[in-house]
Design a protein around this ligand. Structure first.
Ligand code: ADP
Ligand code: MG
Length: 217
């Protein structure tokens, strides 16, 4: 275990924290063999413009600040390939977070519904939402994008999740490649007014960072 990865935050006891690292990936919401990028491998200087480098550094600093905050909320909005997922995954174990993509959220809600239909291993989706909505652990909701969260059944539960996290003052980070306006269209104004409210959440709008995947091709 790399000791230097332990964040400066006082809220995390070092021994407890290192013990967290040994838990299976599923504890963090990851797949068993999922590749998890490292925080020190996120290099703001890889961005090609000065404004991009600065913004990427700000992204990294802001994400680290969120880890040090007690009940903070963070919303990162920016285009694809700028490293949002990289940063979020990199801090998941560091901050004992639970990592969930919007796509996965939708999938699980539907899976619950399907098991309900067939009466197999029924787990009430509302109980699951209640659990992750109220748990003290940090929650990361990555990749809130177009078409991922189905209207109706899933959106209602997503709304409930955001509402629970908010009312219980649970630290929550969200990322999206949609603009505020697009998000509102996708998810409705009740969710969006919360996650983009600067009184509640640190909102980072990234417009200068560019897709690094394009550079590699
Ligand atoms: N500043 C950076 N330093 C190192 N790798 C980066 C950086 N920005 C992006 N990447 C890499 O580019 C790829 C796309 O990043 P990703 O985190 O998936 O972007 P996003 O979630 O914003 O769409 C990943 O392989 C990621 O590790
Ligand atoms: Mg992503």
């Amino acid at each position: 275990m790399e000791q230097d990865l332990v964040p400066s935050t006082e809220t995390i006891n070092k021994e407890e924290h290192l013990a967290q690292f040994n838990k299976p990936n599923s504890y963090y919401g990851f797949e068993e063999n999922e590749y998890i990028p490292k925080l020190e491998d996120y290099k703001p200087q890889l961005q090609t413009t000065n404004a991009g480098k600065k913004e990427a550094q700000l992204m990294k600093d802001t994400v680290q600040k969120w880890l040090d905050s007690k009940n903070g909320w963070l919303t990162i909005i920016g285009g694809v390939g700028i490293g949002k997922t990289h940063l979020m995954k990199a801090i998941t174990k560091l901050g004992n977070c639970y990592y969930l993509t919007a796509y996965e959220f939708d999938y699980r809600i539907k899976k619950f519904r399907n098991s309900y239909d067939t009466n197999e291993n029924f787990v009430d989706p509302d109980d699951w939402v209640q659990n992750i909505g109220t748990m003290e652990r940090r929650l990361i909701l990555d990749d809130i994008g177009a078409g991922y969260i189905d209207k109706g059944w899933t959106t209602k539960r997503f709304e409930r999740l955001i509402d629970l996290r908010y009312r219980n003052q649970r630290p929550t980070a969200l990322t999206s490649n949609l603009s505020g306006k697009e998000l509102e269209k996708e998810l409705g104004d009740r969710i969006i007014s919360r996650i983009t409210d600067v009184n509640i959440s640190r909102v980072l709008l990234c417009t200068n960072t560019k897709d690094l995947r394009l550079k590699r091709r």
